[in-house]
Design a protein. Structure first.
Length: 248
């Protein structure tokens, strides 16, 4: 009872002063007021400090490895004349027929063919094609080697899916480039059965496809699959070497 009179007097006194003074002078009797003001100040200081702190720089993008090979050889000179004469008897155009391209540094191709006339024993037809692709390293696409690996897998799948192919046989081509696949199959066309031997090989950032095929006419037997693949291996090994030599 004795303490209530002074408190009542104080309340009446506060009522008589402006509202601003009530907030600052009359709140001291409320023990919770000081802690609330203190908490608000700390929050403001924390917000200001956060906005003033420098932002972390973005992590740099990893750079792709540079491509090893910067150019390709002339596809029509990738296989030696000696090998060409072994694979294609009676070959007349030893310089081959180059494929059309507007970028010889990135792609090239060449083909050779001939018909060996054996008189009453029939005729043997042989055809060889060499195709070259080179991939540069690009930040958005990956390294030249990675791009060549992707194209290698696509090309192998494409050859294996050749329309009309039968007796398809697939195996690794040991000792050819960084990775390689040998694909053998038969294909009926122009009334004859052609035997194909194809090797798709990757050497660093370059992709090589060598296709060798042939048939027999007028009673001559089609070539054996093993013989065709043996010739293809020889041609593709020379082509792998030609790519390396062109970049020395």
């Amino acid at each position: 009872m004795h303490r209530s009179a002074p408190r009542l007097t104080r309340i009446l006194a506060c009522a008589a002063v402006p509202a601003l003074l009530v907030v600052t002078g009359c709140s001291s009797d409320d023990s919770g007021g000081g802690s609330a003001g203190s908490g608000g100040g700390k929050a403001a200081e924390s917000s200001a400090a956060a906005s003033a702190a420098p932002s972390k720089p973005a992590a740099p993008k990893p750079t792709v490895a540079p491509a090893k090979y910067a150019k390709l050889p002339d596809a029509c000179k990738a296989v030696t004349v000696k090998t060409l004469e072994e694979l294609i008897p009676e070959l007349k155009q030893k310089g081959g027929v180059p494929g059309k391209t507007s970028d010889l540094a990135s792609r090239g191709s060449c083909s050779w063919n001939a018909l060996e006339d054996k008189g009453t024993k029939g005729s043997n037809y042989r055809w060889l094609d060499v195709s070259l692709l080179r991939f540069d390293s690009e930040q958005t696409l990956g390294s030249g080697e990675e791009r060549a690996q992707q194209k290698y897998m696509e090309k192998v799948a494409e050859v294996k899916a050749t329309e009309g192919a039968t007796d398809i046989r697939t195996s690794p081509a040991a000792g050819v480039g960084n990775e390689s696949t040998a694909i053998s199959y038969a294909l009926k066309k122009t009334g004859e059965t052609f035997r194909y031997a194809v090797i798709v090989a990757r050497t660093e950032n370059a992709l090589i496809t060598v296709s060798y095929n042939g048939t027999g006419y007028a009673g001559a037997e089609p070539p054996a699959a093993a013989d065709m693949m043996e010739g293809t291996v020889k041609a593709v090994k020379e082509t792998v070497k030609a790519v390396a030599d062109a970049n020395k």
